[in-house]
Design a protein around this ligand. Structure first.
Ligand code: COA
Length: 200
């Protein structure tokens, strides 16, 4: 299944997206540690975080890619490739229906610069053009305004609310679900290039 998506790095105007390698653990751990308050508000794995969480993630990511289950990308700047900026992932939720999901996080001292939008635009290009997905969704905790803004900018439509969808620490969080279809992608892709989120 690993032939589904090439291991080659992808380039956006400012970023490199590439698969994880074992030796990434330290750089990812540093980025997580520097972002814990923001990550732990919405992402269960960041609550009571320890370095072993990242070590396991990197190991699982390499295995998931090899088996075609999920495709996680390390986000790096073209200008400073050693500094881990965050993660963006794409995976199938229904292979029979060609439906998938995207997820992302950006280190806190690099937010507000459009990196989340640019990296997610690239992940959508992979979802629609390499994995040939028909529909891509994402789930966002109610109140996560920057994340909602990313998917609004990318042209997703809000489809509804999932009650108590994810437990973060001791709290259940409602999530909105957002979707983008392949016929919408064809139009949006041109706009993404104009916005300089993907290469023309
Ligand atoms: C959500 C997250 C990925 C955003 O990353 P980012 O690189 O800052 O995203 P971008 O800069 O591309 O876009 C963020 C948008 O939110 C806006 N924004 C940020 N904080 C805001 C706020 N409090 N109110 C309104 N808008 C806000 C920004 O202005 C920007 O919109 P704009 O381009 O129209 O100005 C990052 O904050 C993060 O990783 N958070 C913690 C983990 C997380 O929530 N992951 C997503 C789970 S669904």
């Amino acid at each position: 299944m690993s032939h589904l998506v090439s291991h080659d790095p992808r380039f956006t105007p400012r970023l490199i997206l590439r698969p994880f390698r074992r030796k990434d653990t330290s750089a990812v751990h540093d980025a997580v540690r520097a972002s814990l308050p923001e990550l732990a508000e919405f992402l269960p794995w960041a609550v009571n975080y320890q370095r072993s969480v990242t070590a396991q993630f990197v190991k699982d990511s390499i295995g998931a890619w090899a088996s075609g289950r999920a495709f996680d990308f390390a986000i790096r700047s073209i200008d400073s490739e050693d500094r881990h900026l965050g993660n963006v992932s794409v995976w199938f939720t229904s292979r029979a229906n060609s439906v998938g999901e995207v997820g992302y996080w950006i280190r806190s001292d690099a937010t507000g610069q459009g990196i989340g939008t640019e990296a997610t635009a690239c992940a959508l290009q992979i979802a629609f053009e390499e994995l040939h997905m028909h529909r891509v969704t994402t789930r966002i905790a109610l109140g996560n305004v920057p994340s909602e803004r990313i998917v609004q900018k990318l042209g997703f439509l809000k489809e509804g609310t999932l009650r108590d969808e994810v437990k973060v620490g001791s709290h259940w969080l409602d999530h909105s679900v957002w979707g983008l279809l392949d016929r919408e992608w064809r139009y949006e892709r041109r706009r993404y290039a104009t916005e300089l989120w993907v290469k023309p």
